[in-house]
Design a protein around this ligand. Structure first.
Ligand SMILES: [Zn+2]
Length: 384
């Protein structure tokens, strides 16, 4: 049986206007202006001076939302959902979904690791794709992580339409990777939030920072006001992604780095939508805001698998009791990474701002407002 045509992701790709070197440079500045140096936070997530800042523009999603998503806007769908992650017609996806978890091996920790047998995140799958604006060499992950993302993207697509946009994972053999302090062992990935227009219509995801109301602006060229497009968090689809990922028994999610206010917004929606207590609780446990605010994307990290632990994979903290119990039942014990050396390039806010060039006044005002959630006080939703 074929999937309903309505649910096929649109294959048309829209070339974004942000293509000049200067325009590419400016997009990083959004992430930079509130910080002057980039130190790793205690969770090993690193303030990502260019790449994750670049997500605002260089990471712009260019795939259209599915026709179904465009038409309904609220997740309504006709016809039964196909079994998730099993019927994808893309050969690359079928191949990846068929791999045994032992086909890849992550060694070392997130910030001093390597990857063997890593699999590339597909350029196009059912409800998910690697962001074509990112370097395709940075799309390798463990079999477990790539499969989990594919399943979650397909689940959201089946329920609501829309496309998960996946940014950097790791290089083919892992190790140091430009613009990231971690992302070394195929167990880290950045994904964009699902996005709506200001009017609430689905639109391609964009790495625009989102404010306390879940709203942002796709500024495109920061010096030009005329091309600014207001956007907002698509809380329905983004929560559906969280729910799919965290209820997947084979997705061993350790962390979802995300700004505290977006975490709260997602939790509020999940409670209202009747999400299971187990999923809500797990999201509370794994989601937190590290030093870099992550108001424009999730950074997701998965634990070492049992076979990777035996091969030298090492988890960074935290090691929660529920994961210890999971390992124990699989006959394994936690193995923790030692202190890891930060290899992320250091870019100062001043340098980034110089590279960005002129900004129109709305951009400057928006960046000033961003201070409100840059450094939340310690407490729930803030990584310890
Ligand atoms: Zn990241």
């Amino acid at each position: 049986m074929h999937r309903p045509v309505l649910h096929r992701p649109a294959l048309t790709r829209i070339r974004q206007v942000c293509s000049s070197p200067r325009a590419r440079a400016v997009v990083g500045v959004l992430a930079l202006l509130a910080v002057t140096t980039f130190a790793p936070d205690r969770d090993g997530a690193v303030a990502q001076p260019t790449a994750d800042g670049e997500d605002g523009g260089a990471g712009r999603n260019v795939a259209a939302a599915s026709p179904a998503a465009r038409r309904t806007g609220d997740g309504a769908q006709d016809g039964p959902a196909p079994p998730v992650g099993t019927r994808d017609s893309h050969p690359e996806v079928q191949h990846v979904l068929g791999l045994p978890p032992t086909a890849s091996t992550s060694r070392g920790g997130p910030s001093a690791g390597s990857l063997e047998g890593g699999v590339p995140f597909p350029l196009q799958a059912e409800g998910a794709h690697f962001n074509p604006r990112r370097d395709a060499r940075a799309r390798y992950g463990t079999v477990e992580l790539v499969q989990a993302l594919l399943r979650a993207g397909a689940a959201v697509h089946a329920r609501h339409g829309g496309e998960l946009v996946v940014n950097d994972l790791s290089l083919i053999s892992g190790g140091p990777i430009a613009h990231h302090g971690s992302h070394q062992g195929g167990r880290d990935v950045d994904v964009l939030f699902y996005t709506l227009t200001a009017e609430g219509e689905p639109r391609p995801s964009v790495g625009a920072p989102l404010d306390l109301a879940g709203r942002g602006v796709d500024f495109q060229d920061l010096s030009v006001a005329a091309d600014d497009v207001p956007v907002q968090l698509d809380v329905v689809r983004t929560w559906a992604f969280v729910e799919a990922l965290l209820s997947d028994p084979d997705a061993w999610v350790q962390r979802m780095f995300v700004a505290r206010h977006l975490r709260q917004r997602l939790l509020r929606h999940g409670r209202r939508a009747g999400a299971s207590r187990a999923v809500l609780r797990r999201f509370e446990q794994v989601a937190c805001q590290p030093g870099y605010p992550h108001d424009d994307h999730f950074h997701i990290r998965v634990f070492c698998s049992v076979d990777d632990l035996a091969a030298g994979c090492r988890d960074s903290g935290p090691m929660p009791p529920w994961h210890r119990a999971r390992l124990a039942s699989a006959g394994a014990t936690p193995r923790m990474a030692g202190p890891e050396r930060l290899r992320a390039p250091i870019t100062t806010a001043a340098e980034a701002r110089r590279a960005a060039g002129p900004m129109h006044p709305d951009v400057r005002a928006w960046l000033d407002a961003r201070d409100a959630w840059m450094r939340p006080p310690a407490g729930p939703g803030v990584c310890r």
